[in-house]
Design a protein around this ligand. Structure first.
Ligand code: NAD
Length: 295
């Protein structure tokens, strides 16, 4: 049994904390929103009224926050994690944030005597609920090994990607592939429609040919070929376009900061901006098919 301080009990954090409880750990949690805190309390999380109160006794601190600014605030502010956690606590940030913030906060943690990992996830809310997330871990080997038994309660795959920031790097590279390939698959179906090629026939061919990819075979953006994909339920998310756009923008920021050429990533960012600005930011990201066919 490990004593865990959990900060950020939103869509992802709440089910992750619930799985930690099921795994026999003690979880003390804090969220700025009282309703989120109450909901987690009803699951068995011990309610804390501040970040400091949630982490003072914790062996491991886990945070699941919206963006880099929230992570800086939670860790670096005067009554934040670095000023309140007990000596020897392991700090794990599972939010999806920019690589630079992940590295800077981990460096500040090291200076304060703490080991810190960036450990963003893929798998979405369904994966958080099922305890089947993939964790992409950045930080030193020892800290990664120490975190693994606890992460394994919330996830099925735990991949140590390299030193600090590598988890975030892996996450944004992966999601840039996904954004680009989803648009490619959507364009192919749009072209097939114009050519009078049945959608199912394109799927049958491409899923067994060199066009095969996850966006096609697991998350097909047209209704029919993959019954579980959001296209079959009016593009209810799933993975909202706003989330995809956030990750694509993080990838573009990183590309600009580190001098990588990512022209298709830039184009995907522009297309998802258009899609979101058309009022569809809460639509599943595969709904971009509809924008491409002019709906
Ligand atoms: P969310 O907005 O539902 O939850 C974030 C929570 O953090 C909120 O409840 C908010 O009140 C709380 N918070 C913000 N600032 C705080 C502070 N200073 N102190 C305490 N609590 C604070 O977001 P989410 O969907 O749970 O996503 C969390 C992270 O996980 C994001 O970085 C997101 O990109 C990433 N992620 C989400 C998904 C998904 O499908 N939802 C999938 C993979 C990764």
């Amino acid at each position: 049994m490990v004593s865990i301080g959990f900060i950020g009990l939103g869509n992802m954090g709440r089910p992750m904390a619930r799985n930690l409880l099921t795994g026999g750990h003690v979880v003390k949690g804090f969220d700025l929103e009282p309703a989120k805190l109450r909901a987690a309390e009803s699951d068995g999380v011990i309610r804390a009224d501040s970040v400091a109160a949630a982490v003072t006794d914790a062996d491991i601190v886990i945070s699941m926050l919206p963006a880099g600014q929230h992570v800086r605030e939670v860790y670096l502010s005067a009554d934040g994690v670095l000023g309140s956690a007990k000596a020897g606590a392991l700090l794990i940030d599972s939010s999806t944030i920019d690589v630079a913030t992940a590295r800077n906060v981990a460096a500040a943690a090291a200076k304060a005597g703490f080991e810190m990992l960036d450990a963003p996830v893929s798998g979405g809310v369904a994966g958080a609920e099922a305890g089947s997330l993939t964790f992409m871990v950045g930080g030193n080997d020892g800290a990664s090994r120490r975190a693994t038994p606890v992460l394994a309660v919330m996830g099925r795959a735990i991949i140590h990607a390299g030193p600090s920031g590598s988890g975030q790097a892996a996450k944004i590279c992966n999601n840039m592939i996904l954004g680009i390939t989803m648009i490619g698959v959507a364009e192919a179906f749009a072209l097939a429609d114009r050519l009078g090629l049945e959608r199912q026939k394109l799927f049958d061919v491409a899923s067994k040919s060199s066009g095969q990819c996850w966006a096609l075979t697991s998350y097909c953006p047209v209704p029919g070929p993959v019954p579980a994909s959001p296209a079959n339920r009016g593009y209810a998310p799933g993975f909202a376009a706003s989330m995809m756009l956030k990750d694509l923008r993080l990838a573009q920021e990183a590309a600009a900061a580190f001098g990588a050429a990512t022209p298709l990533g830039a184009e995907a960012t522009a297309l998802y901006t258009l899609f979101s600005n058309s009022g569809r930011e809460n639509t599943d990201f595969s709904g971009i098919f509809e924008m491409i066919v002019g709906k």
